[in-house]
Design a protein around this ligand. Structure first.
Ligand SMILES: *Cc1c(COP(=O)(O)O)cnc(C)c1O
Length: 366
């Protein structure tokens, strides 16, 4: 048995620190917007190199709050990737705007920047690049394009904590960067959690108001806001994990490089491309397999974790299929038929990696 992600291994290692953090929260009985959230936001902003970090209840909320705080509204179009988790597009719809899906690059699985320019209309208000699987998008290039067309750049960093491009953290290029702390994310808590990072004082203040019922001063409400806060227990857990995130990401990279070295010459397998201009944190290790379902069945039969991220691109999801019936995004569609993600967590052992590799090797030819 090899799990897709082994959260227990990490907890075993952090047990005394996390247990103490949780006990302190219980003792002080301060559960919402207390000292841990305040400290975590400060530590997170420092890590990312941004002036403000505003935590919230989930990555989905982070995207929603970031769009709302930037004033994206009905009638606006927002360009994003069709090859991502549904939340990226849901958030666009929450503010009444329209997602415009642009195809992905076949190697990085990220937004194809060559095609972004062609999708810009007079209604385009923002672009949401997704640093999928932990691989940073070419942000200097997208920043230039966004500036030329006066577009807001809101980054979906739910899978890319610690990933960098040109020495800058993902999320620090745009007007805001949105993070998720869902347990299985590369920086995850033990429940739901999220955060928006920004260099704008004004946006940070707007986000703080929106996440807390549209209130600057208790029981004074000047806009309709939301109840979307990270709780003290999750913040205490995140503080312990944030200290170690670089070594966790290194562990992921080590595992990914071992997989790729062993699988790169196997017929029927295309190992993930790692752009040398960025620091990929391998939130997922996702390869392409000609006989994907055969490999998948073999892994399952051996009780080895595996998953398809993502089996249906967003423009083909039931909820969107009518609206996007005439949209064809061939790279995203082909990728969704061949992609396969292998177990990925920092504590993966050589033994576990060999067992996975052996199974993929034997079945890659169909
Ligand atoms: C997980 C994820 C989200 C949503 O985060 P939640 O914390 O689960 O709401 C958004 N975008 C991407 C790319 C994700 O992987």
């Amino acid at each position: 048995m090899i799990p897709m992600v082994d959260l227990k291994a990490q907890y075993d290692d952090l047990r005394s620190e996390i247990d103490q953090g949780l006990a302190d929260v219980l003792d002080t009985a301060q559960f919402i917007l207390g000292p841990n959230v305040q400290a975590f936001e400060k530590e997170a902003a420092e890590y990312l190199g941004v002036s403000h970090a505003v935590s919230c209840a989930s990555g989905t909320d982070a995207l929603h709050l970031a769009l709302a705080a930037s004033g994206v509204c009905p009638g606006d179009e927002v360009i994003t990737s069709p090859f991502t988790f549904i939340a990226t597009a849901e958030a666009i719809r929450y503010v009444g705007a329209t997602p415009v899906f642009v195809d992905i690059e076949p190697d990085t699985f990220n937004l194809d920047l060559d095609q972004v320019a062609g999708a810009i209309t007079s209604r385009t208000r923002a672009v949401i690049p997704v640093h999928l699987f932990g691989q940073p998008v070419d942000m200097p290039r997208l920043q230039k394009l966004a500036a030329e067309h006066d577009l807001l750049l809101i980054e979906d960093c739910a899978q890319s904590w610690g990933a960098t491009r040109a020495g800058t953290q993902t999320g620090a290029f745009g007007v805001s960067g949105c993070y998720s702390f869902f347990p299985s994310k590369n920086l995850g808590c033990y429940g739901d959690g999220g955060m928006v990072g920004t260099n704008s004082d004004k946006l940070a203040e707007e986000l703080q108001v929106l996440r807390n019922h549209g209130s600057r001063e208790r029981y004074h409400h000047h806009v309709i806001g939301f109840n979307s806060r990270l709780d003290e227990m999750q913040a205490a857990i995140l503080r312990a994990k944030l200290k170690r995130i670089d070594s966790y990401n290194d562990g992921r990279r080590r595992a990914a490089h071992a997989y790729s070295a062993a699988l790169k010459d196997v017929p029927g397998i295309t190992v993930p491309f790692e752009d040398p201009n960025g620091y990929h944190v391998y939130h997922q290790y996702t390869l392409l397999a000609d006989y994907r379902d055969t490999v998948l069945d073999a892994l399952r039969a051996r009780d080895i974790g595996c998953a398809v991220y993502y089996p249906i691109p967003l423009h083909r999801q039931e909820v969107f299929q009518e609206q996007y019936a005439n949209v064809s995004l061939p790279v995203a569609e082909a990728t969704s038929r061949r992609c396969l993600s292998l177990p990925m967590f920092p504590e993966l052992t050589e033994q576990q990696i060999s067992e996975v590799v052996e199974t993929v090797r034997k079945t890659a030819g169909g």
